[in-house]
Design a protein around this ligand. Sequence first.
Ligand code: GLP
Length: 270
Amino acid sequence: MRVIIQNDYETLSLWAARYIAQRIRRFAPTAARPFVLGLPTGSSPLGTYKELIRLHKEEGLSFEHVVTFNMDEYVGLGRDHEQSYHTFMWKNFFSHIDIKTEHVHIPDGMARDLEAECAAYEAAIASYGGVELFLGGIGSDGHIAFNEPFSSLSSKTRIKSLTYDTKVMNSRFFDNDITKVPSLAVTVGIKTITDSREVLILVNGHSKAHALQQAIEGAVSHAWTCTALQLHPKSIIVCDEAACGELKLNTYKYFKDIEGPYLDVDALLK
Ligand code: GLP
C-alpha cells in the first residue's frame, strides 16, 4: 500500500486528479480499448472532480474513451431526485467533460428486480475486462462505497442496508431528517473494488482519522472494510495532515520519507 500525505484537502485533490489524468494519458485509451474508471460520490471527491474538469478544459484531458462505473446508488431514489447519485455525478462531473453518455454506468436504485440489476452491473464491468482504476472515499466507520462494517470482504455488487451512523451522516443532504434518508443502497462489493487493477482512496479531515489509522495499521477485518485494501497489490491512499492524527509517529514518518519524491503535485502534470 502507498500512502500519500498531502498538507490539505486542496493539494490532496490536485494529487489525485493529476494522478488519474496521468494514468489515463499513459494508457492512451481508444474506442476499442477504453480506460475503465470506478468513481465515488460524497464530499471527498469534489475537489478531485474539479481539478479533472480543469484538466479537461485547459489541458486537453479527454474522457472520450473513458468508461465509468459508479460505486453505488440509493434504493428508491429516481435518477432525477436531487440527492440521487445520478444527479450528483452529472452535476459535479459528467456534464463538464466530454464523456459519452453511453459510457457512464451508475446502478439503478429504482430497478424492479434489484438482484438482477446487481448481477447485470457486475456483468457490465466484466464485459469491459474489469476496472483499471477505482477511485473511492471512506466513511468515518471505514466503509468503502456502502460496504458498511461487517460486510463480506468477498462481496460483489448487491443490496445493503445502511447503518444508523451512515444515515445520520448522510441526513445532512436530506434536510437533516434521518427519516428521509433511504435505508437501502445498491453498492459494489469489496471484492468488486479490490478486483480492480488499482485502487485510489481519498481520506481527508479529522473525522476520518480513526478510519485512516485502521486502514493502514489495523488488522484485516470485516469490522473495518477499508482494511481489505491491505490485500490489494496496488492500492494508494491519498490523505491530508488532518486525517493523520491517529497514526503512529513512525508510520507517519515512514510514508512521508518513502513517498517524499512523489508528493509534488506539479510533477504529475508532466
Ligand atoms: C457515503 C458513500 C461513500 C463515501 C462516504 C463518505 O457513504 N457511499 O462512497 O465514501 O459516504 O462520504 P464523504 O466523502 O462525504 O465523507
